[in-house]
Design a protein. Structure first.
Lengths: 183, 183
DNA sequence: AATGCCATGTAACCGGTTACATGATTTA
DNA sequence: TAAATCATGTAACCGGTTACATGGCATT
């Protein structure tokens, strides 16, 4: 039950329409909670029915007509409640690690290329995060809210750093693995 | 579509019944691909229908009766195909990071306790991984398969190390954050 | 008038989660 | 023989994914 709260957070930062939210989920918030436009429209309907948000009264809505939402006090309260409520970490699910484990049993033929591809993707993501860091968090003056958002970005940077290092190491292992592919 | 392949990998390592698989998913394989017994039974049925596995012919099955499965050649081939096939990394979804981002907007009251709890959980997991490393991968002799499985374990160790460090740092930030909780 | 894009939405499916049911075997 | 545990299974639900539909607006 995190998508509604991701949307509430985004709307708190700035009232938006469904499509604007979708675009913003492709950037910042979506870096750690992705969502498609179908999910977002569905969830906006629920949030409005629950009295957590409302459409901005400026314009009359119709199909194909832009419709912007803002957070109501009840929505803000719900977001604060959820943010403070204790939640267990979800057990991790990583396909690549699973594939490596399978490769240990059925042979490693073919997987190396994809490791290289993943390494490249993670390097790009890391570069993107570091760009954002330089742009949004120049050294020096940071307000209390900035420090929290910087902390979140730092987690992204550290995670991508971990993946690039680990994949590099994995490829080195493959390099001196005996070439008895296809057992 | 990873659960069937996780099960195939587990069955390749050792033919098992549904409950035995469930227990093994609580350990090793479940560390990066968790599954409940309901999922496993459902999937075993599909895998058998697809001709990837079969019940060990020794015993006749009935409800409440143990039923063990082994992988057929077609199953092994499917596992090799899947392991080598290129797959995009899934966009990450992390509730804790999302909550921190929400906290940057609605205030940080209450979240600190849960950060401490998460830190403790990740420290325990790290300790567990390091125990497994010492037990299963003593320095020195490692076959090629061992090196791959060690590599996977290393990813787990590195990830838990990242989380413990990041959470420690986050808690330090909270310590010198101005105590204007509840904005 | 046709094309393309902006914007909102519907419907079907699929995998994971939770709760519950039932038979077989062991132990008190 | 009652209770606990082992073992397999059913059913309902829920969130995320994919494919498609529809209306409005701008450009050619």
């Amino acid at each position: 039950m995190s998508l509604p709260h991701a949307i509430l957070t985004a709307l708190m930062e700035k009232p938006s329409s469904g499509l604007e939210l979708t675009r913003r989920f492709d950037r910042s918030i979506g870096y750690f909670w992705s969502a498609t436009h179908q999910q977002i429209y569905r969830e906006l309907g629920k949030l409005e029915a629950d009295g957590f948000i409302r459409t901005l009264p400026t314009e009359q809505p119709a199909r194909g007509q832009k419709k912007s939402y803002e957070v109501l006090p009840a929505g803000r309260a719900e977001l604060a409640r959820w943010s403070a409520a204790s939640q267990d970490p979800k057990p991790m699910r990583d396909v690549l690690l699973l594939r490596l484990r399978a490769a240990a049993v059925v042979g490693t033929a073919g997987i190396e290329d994809d490791l290289r591809r993943h390494l490249d993707l993670h390097r790009r993501q890391l570069a993107e995060y570091e760009e954002i860091e330089q742009r949004d968090f120049p050294p020096g003056k940071e307000g209390p809210e900035d420090r929290l958002r910087h902390l979140v970005l730092q987690a992204g940077i550290d995670l991508e750093t971990f993946w690039t290092r680990w994949l590099t190491r994995a490829l080195e292992e493959f390099a001196d693995l005996p070439t008895e592919r296809n057992r």
